[in-house]
Design a binder for this molecule. Sequence first.
Ligand code: SF4
Ligand code: FES
Length: 393
Amino acid sequence: MNEITPTVKTEAAASPACARAPVGLLAELTHRCPLQCPYCSNPLDLERSNVELSTADWQKVMREAAALGILQIHLSGGEPTARKDLDDIVQTAAEVGLYTNLITAGVLLTKERLARLAELGLDHVQLSIQDVDPDNADRIAAYKGGAAKKREVARWVKELGLPLTVNAPIHRQNIKSMSKIIDYAVEVGAGRLEVAHIQYYAWALKNRAALMPTREDFMKTAEIVEAAKERLKGILVIDFVVPDYYAKYPKPCMGGWGRGIINVTPSGRVLPCHAAESLPGLTFDNVRDRALGDIWLNGDAFQKYRGTDWMKEPCRSCSRKEIDFGGCRCQAFALTGDATNTDPACSLSPLHEEWAKVAEVESHREPPEFIYRRVGKSGAQGGHSDGGQQENV
Ligand code: SF4
Ligand code: FES
């Protein structure tokens, strides 16, 4: 799955801790995906197709989302184009007035299908790439021919007059391509490029030693991006997400817990973030049983880490607590065993130094083989695969 970066500020807050409505709905239509990226942000236990919401369920969710005041829907996955009813979903999203963004790897699309989606009201396409070097890209995704297909899809998007964002997750095994990735985005006519360093939870945490760049390489990419931002003003907007392990302060994950984004999984579970199921002690409501607005405002999982009352020191008395909300709950839990701890990405966390050392050490070692993301094989060790791609769809 690709990530979304909340870029729109929430307004009309009902309380300082909770906006009346989230700005965006991240709709994970399916966890099926023909790609097997080792940094996939989907949970390790992927939901199978037989538990997925029906077309009518998604249509109900979108009507409720629009009524609640949600502005944008991000159709995501897995790979959302693996859903045969994507046309109906896009049509309903447009009918109820949601700005509709398709977050896709592109490899299952045809030009005809994309044209139909545009006719039905699709507003925007966000296309993920693994690298500009086709062999390396196909190795990272374990999907032969993927890179070539993505170039073609980017061309179709522009021919159809749709705005395009290119999304390139950055890590040790493509970091040297940063300049070329920026050139690629300009070449294919993207208006926006997201170059986001990997967040290390779920699959990416399993593959951290294979994906962690050195600090020196990270610093070089930061310089390249800064120069490109200046050079490409008016041509390309670049969103650069720095790696937590080399940051001074953490990012406000999802813009703050339960503040701007609501996430619905393929089976209808409603989450404050896509990795929230990794946290213990949370109960998640399902859109089949409870209205989306009620879940957003009153659901237990949303209340748990909303605002700042749950915080311990050093966050509790920190002047940045309303800026980054203590970082990422899922990362804090994955790395410290307690979701209420300060995210170790923060230099004020007592665990920061020890944790940052891990990155230093791992990034200088020979990288291990990827553990690819595969449905039903969460622990599978993989080498380069081009034969197993169908089992994920
Ligand atoms: Fe943010 Fe907490 Fe660190 Fe302060 S101590 S900068 S609130 S993570
Ligand atoms: Fe869950 Fe950051 S991914 S709070």
